[in-house]
Design a protein around this ligand. Structure first.
Ligand SMILES: Nc1ncnc2c1ncn2[C@@H]1O[C@H](COP(=O)(O)OP(=O)(O)OP(=O)(O)O)[C@@H](O)[C@H]1O
Ligand SMILES: [Mg+2]
Length: 299
């Protein structure tokens, strides 16, 4: 594993407010890393520090194993706020200006427009673009230097479901080229769909960091119903059931680690009950996220 970004004890204070609190985090090459957190949890501030547009208060970070320099910064493409494009210029002309500023070859313009599916609209003025097209043009402008890392802050903000799906496909496509992507988002479902890793921030503090694949692991909860009055007592007296609750007409049975819906079904059958409903509750990132936030309240 090659570490692309390593953050150690990063802190940012605005007066008495700590926007980023002693953050330590690693991002591996090729991963799609989602930064989650409620409004004001420090996502944009963190990304701003990593891009050298916000000064840190203390702590360190390295890109590609080296301290951040101008040369290193060129290997990173970013969209923090919607970049300023000239409304009366075409997409192609706007990207020409970006290429000039970033010292990128003009030959890159059409390929990146093609990548974000705007090649056929290259000569249309920016002001005539839809929000989704504007967002895709921002991504194109970040891709123009062919960066190894892409940083996106809320890339699907304000987009409709189709626009969101388009950006998702684009992110997956960019990731499949081996680029590392770091994105801040509110959309938990989106993060679960596109990210390989994620972290959760709250008030600048890291609550969790891990792989998205791990989310489904651990004890499962099975939603069940069966013919017969005794179901509740059968469930409650079963040593493999940690917790039994009746919710919306079904029993929610939390099983011990390693136990499955099938084990539950067999147990019911052995007790003379026939299950009429059996559904393993998949743990979503959303559930995990809310649990992490709730736990931090209680801590
Ligand atoms: N320039 C500033 N001066 C003072 N406080 C600031 C400044 N910029 C950010 N903050 C504060 O730092 C905290 C973190 O803000 P930040 O924008 O990083 O959060 P965020 O996680 O990106 O939120 P959102 O999800 O709303 O985009 C907030 O409490 C915010 O008010
Ligand atoms: Mg933000």
């Amino acid at each position: 594993m090659e570490t692309v970004l390593s953050i150690q004890n990063l802190t940012k204070r605005y007066g008495r407010l700590t926007a980023v609190n002693n953050l330590t985090l690693n991002v591996e090459k090729g991963s799609v890393f989602g930064i989650l957190g409620p409004n004001g949890s420090g996502k944009t501030t963190t990304l701003g520090i990593l891009l050298d547009v916000i000064n840190k208060t203390s702590g360190d970070f390295t890109w590609f194993g080296a301290p951040p320099t101008k040369a290193v910064r060129k290997r990173i493409g970013a969209i923090l706020e919607t970049p300023i494009f000239y409304p009366y210029l075409s997409a192609a002309k706007n990207l020409e200006i970006v290429a000039e500023i970033k010292d990128a070859p003009k030959a890159n313009i059409d390929p990146v427009l093609e990548k974000v599916e705007l090649l056929d609209r290259r000569n249309d003025k920016f002001r005539t673009y839809s929000l989704g097209m504007k967002q895709r043009l921002s991504i194109a402008s970040a891709l123009i230097c062919d960066p190894e890392v892409m940083i996106l802050d809320e890339p699907t903000n304000g987009l409709d479901p189709q626009g969101i799906a388009e950006i998702r496909t684009l992110i997956q496509q960019i990731a499949s080229e081996g680029k590392t992507i770091i994105l801040a988002s509110h959309l938990l479902d989106e993060v679960q769909k596109v990210c390989s890793h994620f972290c959760v921030l709250k008030k600048g503090t890291l609550l969790h960091s891990g792989s998205v694949d791990e989310i489904g692991k651990g004890p499962v909860t099975v939603e069940v119903d069966a013919v017969g009055e005794q179901i509740e007592s059968v469930l409650k007296s079963w040593d493999k059931a940690i917790d039994v609750k009746l919710e919306d007409g079904y029993y929610q049975v939390k099983l011990t680690d390693g136990c499955t819906a099938q084990d539950l079904n067999v147990h019911l059958f052995d007790q003379g009950l026939i299950a009429t409903h059996l559904l393993t509750q998949k743990k979503s990132l959303e559930k995990q996220f809310l649990e992490l936030l709730a736990e931090s309240e209680n801590a």
